[in-house]
Ligand binder design. Structure first.
Ligand code: 4AZ
Length: 839
């Protein structure tokens, strides 16, 4: 408003001047020309001034987000604790409404105010201090608030923790000498705190003081289990008697996914002091991976902040006191030939401020192997190369962060493992198995990797990096069926010229049918390099334009077709969270392929966790129990394999003989599992019982599924989607654990690699059609098996979604060397699925 009025004033001024000059003109007609020039110059000058003012007050203001009209005053909040010296502890201090609490709190608050007087800046912007709790010791917890008005915002960076502490310490020193009747303060801390965390004790709303005992007690977030309100500021102060620590577990935890909106912050203190934070959490956790934290002493603070638009159910929590020594005891001397060590309280979060030392000693002449089966010690702002906060130390190295594999081998018959956690931020910690071994024969009947790991002998020199450190792939004398890469590695000859750089130095792809400077189309045609992404379709199959940023107007079998007929020549454009089609059809129907639960990433182990593969379905036939797998495409449709239904027996094609179970992990546990009968079985009309070609079937459910955290659909790839050879995907199911064995009780997962079509065709002796693809390991060992049929081959795309690349179909035996699993190729069956289901 203000700037618009200024604009008018300027124009008025302009008119006044012109009138004024016109009067002059009448009086001095001789100087007409000079006056005319003068007028022109004046008009130009005034116009320039007006334009500048308009720019300054209208446009510049809008450009600048820090323009004063848009800025808000800043609140700087610091919280911490202090020790009170000449103050005996009184139990009534724990009751924030007691006269004792209020009296002491008031005294301290006024002392804090005085201390800030020594600093001109702090003094000017100081608003208030609040003592929020006391604990034995005597320790007082407080926060101090400074409000900085908009005009002084540039001063905000001067409000640092150091400045606050300096002022407080100077004030404390001074008052010690001048006012000896003051409460004597020692060891004061101050850390910058989110102002939303500040609570006034005795606030009526959402402020709780809890007493932990040996018995389990519970509390919940407000509105649980329906939904927590937006803009909640909740605080739970928990205490236990001396010599105890507090554990809190959250059997149910579902807060919004974005931690910047809604979160739960847990402290090893009674003030929201970041330097004593145990953890900050949001999102949703499955019952198999609950959040469980432990304090280092007899106090804990839990804060919940909700500011997001979306409201979730919240949490329920169980808390209790544990005797101090039971937690603090960790480490020791271990002399067994094998055993397990873990961080304190594992799988709960380990407590802050702890040190443990394990000495693992085996008979002389032997050595120790230590294999971590789980390792998670993540902290914000920690450089994992230095691990300056929490760590595990062994053999002179420190480890922290999240590790997917870690194996250590001692140099003598003894290994020392140190665990350290500092005052802030804890995590799930680690678990490790140790075993003694004979250095002369470290891996009986197996191959010993440099890392100390043992792997099956057959995996040595098979072209795959099984050890993880390549030690199984060096010093190989290549067999007759192997190709010697220039860098000394051996790879199966089948991999030569398969368009995958298997050697790592590309030597397996060099001497192929095209010249060095030529481009090989996917159909094998050779073209000059210039044809790639030149906007023209040069290869007959269009593959030269298939992976370009833009190739407008080109439509090939590799293009993604938008609903409006437009073609997008970008690899895997669908559901990648980027609008590629003008009609956005590439991003519609994309509520798929995500798993809501925050999962534990446990190293090794093939048992799937609940909610890890929420699209996996178990199909039970008559009274035989689990017989085939399937995947969820929508509330009403499942995808499976035709060969489960189209057999010699007419029984299999009858929908009433089948039941589907979604949300299942354990075949014997049916909590939260949704059972649905099958309304209709739609096998592919071209399914061939002899060749297994078109091995796909759709199942329409009698009743729709209700999507939950453990029941959700997988994304279907478009027919142009590329799953490149070498990509690691997962096959899941309750199939046999070995050839000829019984079905598994717990859902299993196996990581398999997409195998190049030429190789696939060779190893299956030409039995694969274009509706099939191979995936597995040519070295054997990991594969789908009987009972996995119909289940999904799930591949994770960079866009953050899981896509179904294949349907478990057939294979020669299970996990045999050079006999990978064969899957129905979903991209080739995509149009038929769309036609039958509309999905
Ligand atoms: C089966 O019989 C079966 N190794 C499924 C997959 C494989 C083999 C057999 C792949 O259902």
């Amino acid at each position: 408003m203000h700037s618009a009025r200024y604009e008018f004033d300027g124009r008025n001024g302009q008119h006044e001047r012109i009138d004024f000059l016109t009067n002059k003109e009448k009086a001095r007609s001789k100087n007409k020309t000079a006056i005319a020039i003068g007028v022109l110059v004046a008009v130009l000058v005034v116009a320039a001034v007006v334009a500048f003012l308009i720019w300054l007050f209208v446009f510049k203001e809008n450009d600048d987000p820090t323009a004063s009209s848009r800025r808000k005053p800043a609140v700087q909040l610091f919280s911490g604790h202090m020790k009170l010296l000449n103050q005996p502890y009184n139990q009534n201090y724990e009751d924030t409404s007691s006269p004792e609490f209020m009296d002491l709190a008031k005294k301290l608050e006024s002392q804090l105010e005085n201390h800030y007087q020594s600093d001109e800046l702090l003094k000017e912007f100081y608003t208030k201090s609040m003592v929020t709790a006391f604990s034995e010791g005597v320790v007082a917890y407080y926060w101090s608030q400074f409000d900085i008005p908009v005009e002084e915002l540039e001063l905000v960076p001067e409000f640092s923790e150091e400045r606050i502490l300096e002022a407080l310490e100077a004030g404390i020193q001074q008052s010690r000498s001048v006012q000896p009747d003051h409460i004597q303060i020692r060891e004061i801390t101050a850390s910058m705190t989110d102002p939303r965390m500040a609570r006034t004790p005795n606030a009526k709303e959402c402020f709780f003081t809890l007493e932990a005992t040996e018995e389990d007690q519970t509390f919940t977030s407000p509105g649980f289990p329906t939904a927590y309100p937006s803009r909640s500021r909740c605080q739970w102060q928990i205490r236990a008697s001396e010599e105890n620590v507090i554990t809190v577990s959250f059997p149910f935890f579902h807060i919004e996914d974005d931690c910047s909106d809604d979160f739960v912050y847990i402290y090893d203190s009674l003030s929201p002091d970041e330097s004593q934070a145990i953890t900050k959490k949001c999102g949703q956790r499955p019952p198999t991976n609950p959040l469980e934290v432990v304090s280092s002493g007899n106090i804990m603070l839990i804060n919940m902040i909700t500011d997001g638009e979306v409201q979730r159910p919240g949490f329920n929590a169980v808390y209790k006191a544990l005797p101090h020594p039971s937690v603090q005891k960790c480490g020791g001397v271990l002399t067994n030939a094998k055993g397990v060590i873990s961080s304190p309280q594992h799988p709960s979060f380990y407590p802050p401020a702890m040190d443990c030392k394990w000495t693992i000693k085996v008979p002389s002449g032997q050595k120790v192997r230590l294999k971590f089966t789980m390792f998670r010690m993540k902290e914000p702002g920690v450089d994992v190369r230095v691990c300056h906060k929490d760590y595990v130390e062994a053999l002179g190295n420190k480890y922290c962060g999240e590790l997917s594999s870690l194996s250590l081998t001692s140099t003598t018959n003894e290994i020392i493992v140190n665990f350290h956690s500092d005052e802030s931020f804890t995590d799930k910690g680690f678990m490790a198995e140790y075993s003694a071994f004979d250095p002369q024969n470290p891996c009986p009947n197996e191959f010993a990797c440099f890392s100390g790991m043992c792997i099956a002998k057959e995996l040595k020199c098979d072209g795959w990096n099984d050890c993880g450190d390549m030690s199984d792939e060096i010093k190989c004398s290549c067999g007759t069926d192997q190709f010697a890469c220039n860098n000394g590695l051996c790879k199966p000859k089948l991999w030569i010229c398969d368009r995958v750089n298997d050697c790592g130095d590309n030597s397996d792809e060099k001497a192929c049918s095209c010249e060095n400077n030529e481009w090989r189309c996917r159909n094998g045609q050779c073209m000059s390099q210039g044809v790639v992404c030149d906007g023209k379709m040069d290869c007959v199959d269009g593959s030269d334009e298939a992976s370009c940023e833009t190739s407008p107007g080109i439509c090939s079998e590799f293009s993604f077709k938008c609903a409006n007929g437009e073609c997008v020549n970008k690899v895997n454009a669908e559901c990648d969270r980027i609008d590629d089609c003008a009609d956005k059809s590439d991003e519609s129907f994309c509520d798929c392929g995500t798993r809501p639960y925050k999962l534990n990433r446990i190293v090794g182990g093939q048992n799937a966790e609940l909610g890890e593969w929420p699209w996996q379905v178990s199909l039970h036939f008559q009274t035989y129990g689990h017989s085939c797998g399937a995947s969820i495409l929508s509330e009403k449709w499942l995808l499976s394999a035709s060969h489960c239904f189209v057999t010699q027996s007419q029984e299999n094609i009858l929908p009433s003989n089948w039941q589907s179970y979604s949300g299942m992990q354990d075949q014997y546990k049916h909590d939260d599992v949704q059972r649905r009968s099958i309304h209709r079985i739609v096998p592919h009309p071209e399914y061939n019982m002899m060749t297994f070609d078109y091995d796909v079937a759709l199942l329409e459910l009698s009743e729709p599924l209700e999507f939950t955290n453990s029941i959700r659909p997988i994304c279907l790839p478009s027919s142009s989607h590329v799953f490149p050879a070498g990509m690691s995907c997962w096959v899941t199911g309750w199939g046999a654990l070995r050839e000829g064995a019984r079905a598994a009780q717990l859902l299993q997962k196996v990581s398999v690699k997409i195998i190049n079509d030429t190789v696939c065709n060779t190893v299956t002796e030409g039995q694969v059609t274009s509706r099939m693809m191979c995936s597995g390991h040519l070295s054997g060992g990991m594969d789908a098996c009987q009972g996995d049929s119909g289940g999904p081959l799930s591949c994770f795309e960079e866009s953050g979604r899981w896509f179904q690349a294949g349907i478990v179909s057939w294979g020669e035996g299970c996990a045999r060397r050079m006999k990978p699993g064969v899957y129905s190729r979903v991209t080739k069956l995509r149009e038929w699925i769309k036609k039958e289901t509309g999905i």
